[in-house]
Design a protein around this ligand. Structure first.
Ligand SMILES: *Cc1c(COP(=O)(O)O)cnc(C)c1O
Length: 418
C-alpha cells in the first residue's frame, strides 16, 4: 500500500468522507508562498493554508525561534508554572490589542478561544448576580469554529445543523450589512436581555460561512446596544485580524472596542497552533471577584512555550514592516484584475454553484495556484507577503475557475466547507 493509499483508507481530512474521499495532494515541504508536492510540482498557496500563513511558509525567523525554544523548554504545565515566552507574548499582544484588553488567556486553537470567550461572558454575568444570563447573541452568516460551543454560535442554517439536537440554543440576529432597517439585534437584545450574557461576531468580515463584508456602522450600533443592556461584546478576530482586511484589527474601522477579543490563525504565522482570548481589565476584575473567583478553564497544552515562541517571532515580523500597506497592495491588484468583492487581502467571486471537482483540480494543476472554493465562493486570501506577479496569477486562476460551468450535481451549498 502506498502512503497515499493508506491516507485515503484511514485518515480523516477536514470535511471529508472516508468513502470515496476527494483527492489530497502530498505536500513535501513549503517555503514562502509555495507548497512543494512530492511530484516536484509547486503550488502558490492562495488560501494561506486556511488564512494563517501571513508571512509565508516556514519563515526562517519563526522556524529559528521554535528551534531555539525547543532546546530550552518545549512544554511545562501552565498550572503552577509560567515561562518567558508566555509572558513576552502576552505583553506583546496586550501592546497591540485595543487599549485595555490586556488580560490574556492562551488557548490551543481558535475554536477553544471562542469557547473561553463565551465562558468568560457567562462567568461575568454570574459574578454580577445574573445567573439567568447564559445565552449568547450571534449573527446569521457567522462562523466561530467546530467545537460544540463554537458550532452553536455559527450560522444555524449552516454546516452544523446535523448537531442541532445536541447544541445549546442561542439567539441569532439577521446577517449584518445591507439595509439598516433589517438590523434586528436591538429588538432581540431588548426582548431577551435577562437571558443574554454576550454578543459574538466577526467584525466587518464574516469569513468561513458567508464571505460577507459589512460596514463599521453596524458595530458601533452593536456597541451602543450592548452598553445599554450590560451585555458583553466579543469580537472574533481569528480570521480578520492581523491585517487580513487591511488594518491590524478589522474592527478598528468602527472606532470602538470590544470587551473580549479572540485571535488565532495568523498569530503564529501559520507555524503551530495557538490562539488567545483577550479580555478587558473590567471583565477580568468582575470574574475574579465572583464565586468561584477562578476562571474555570485550563487546557493541558495551555501557553505551550514552542507555540508562544512562534507567536512572538510572528508579532516581531508584523512590527518590522507595514502589513496594512501589504494587504492593501494585494487588494488593489485584485481590484485591477476585476475581482468583484475585495477587502484588504481578500478577493471573492460569488458563483451560483461551484464548478465540478474535475474542473477545480484541472485549474489548480494548470495554473499552479492552490484554490479551495467552498459553498458558492471562489476566493483567495494569500499570504500577505505574496509578490505582485503571483497575486495576478491567483486572480487569473480565480477568474478562470469562476468562468467554468456550474456543476449541476453539486449541492447548491457546494457540499464542503472553507
Ligand atoms: C477559523 C476560525 C475559528 C476557529 O479556529 P480553529 O483554529 O479552526 O479552531 C473561529 N473563528 C473564526 C472567525 C475563524 O475564522
Amino acid at each position: 500500500m502506498t502512503p497515499l493509499e493508506y491516507d485515503r483508507l484511514n485518515i480523516w481530512h477536514p470535511y471529508a468522507s472516508l468513502r470515496n474521499p476527494p483527492p489530497v495532494r502530498f505536500a513535501k515541504s513549503a517555503s514562502g508562498t509555495r507548497i512543494l508536492l512530492d511530484s516536484g510540482k509547486e503550488l502558490i498557496d492562495s488560501v494561506s493554508s486556511w488564512w494563517c500563513v501571513a508571512h509565508g511558509h516556514n519563515h526562517p525567523h519563526i522556524v529559528e525561534a521554535i528551534r531555539r525554544q525547543s532546546e530550552k523548554l518545549s512544554h511545562v504545565m501552565f498550572g503552577g508554572f509560567t515561562h518567558a515566552p508566555a509572558i513576552e507574548l502576552a505583553e506583546r499582544l496586550a501592546s497591540i490589542a485595543p487599549e485595555g484588553l490586556d488580560k490574556i488567556f492562551f488557548a490551543d486553537s481558535g475554536s477553544i478561544a471562542v469557547e473561553v470567550a463565551v465562558k468568560m461572558c457567562i462567568q461575568y454575568q454570574h459574578a454580577l448576580g445574573r445567573p439567568g444570563r447564559c445565552k449568547m447573541l450571534a449573527l446569521k452568516g457567522g462562523y466561530h469554529g467546530d467545537t460544540a460551543c463554537a458550532m452553536a454560535l455559527s450560522d444555524p442554517d449552516g454546516m452544523h445543523t446535523l448537531f442541532a439536537g445536541m447544541m445549546p440554543r442561542h439567539y441569532f440576529a439577521a446577517m449584518p450589512g445591507g439595509d439598516v432597517r433589517a438590523w434586528n439585534f436591538r429588538e432581540i437584545l431588548e426582548r431577551h436581555k435577562d437571558e443574554i450574557a454576550g454578543v459574538v461576531c466577526e467584525p466587518v468580515f464574516q469569513a468561513a460561512n458567508a464571505m460577507n463584508f459589512y460596514g463599521a456602522e453596524y458595530l458601533r450600533e452593536m456597541r451602543k446596544a450592548c452598553d445599554e443592556y450590560g451585555i458583553l461584546l466579543v469580537f472574533d478576530e481569528i480570521a480578520a485580524g492581523f491585517h487580513r482586511t487591511g488594518p491590524r484589527w478589522a474592527h478598528e474601522r468602527a472606532g470602538i472596542k470590544p470587551d473580549i477579543m479572540t485571535v488565532g490563525k495568523a498569530l503564529t504565522g501559520g507555524h503551530i497552533t495557538l490562539a488567545a482570548t483577550l479580555a478587558s481589565g473590567a471583565v477580568a476584575d468582575v470574574i475574579s471577584r465572583g464565586s468561584p473567583s477562578a476562571f474555570m478553564h485550563g487546557p493541558t497544552y495551555m501557553a505551550n512555550p514552542l507555540a508562544c515562541a512562534a507567536g512572538i517571532a510572528s508579532l516581531e515580523l508584523f512590527e518590522r514592516e507595514d502589513y496594512t500597506a501589504k494587504a492593501e497592495a494585494i487588494g488593489r491588484i485584485f481590484r485591477e484584475e476585476g475581482l468583484p468583492q475585495v477587502m484588504g487581502a481578500v478577493g471573492v467571486v460569488k458563483v451560483p454553484r461551484l464548478p465540478a471537482r474535475a474542473d477545480i483540480d484541472r485549474i489548480i494543476d494548470s495554473s499552479g495556484v492552490w484554490l479551495r472554493p467552498f459553498a458558492n465562493f471562489i476566493y483567495a486570501m494569500p499570504p500577505l507577503v505574496t509578490p505582485e506577479c503571483e497575486v495576478r496569477q491567483i486572480a487569473a486562476a480565480l477568474k478562470e475557475l469562476a468562468a467554468c460551468p456550474p456543476d449541476p450535481s453539486a449541492p447548491d451549498d457546494g457540499g464542503f466547507h472553507e
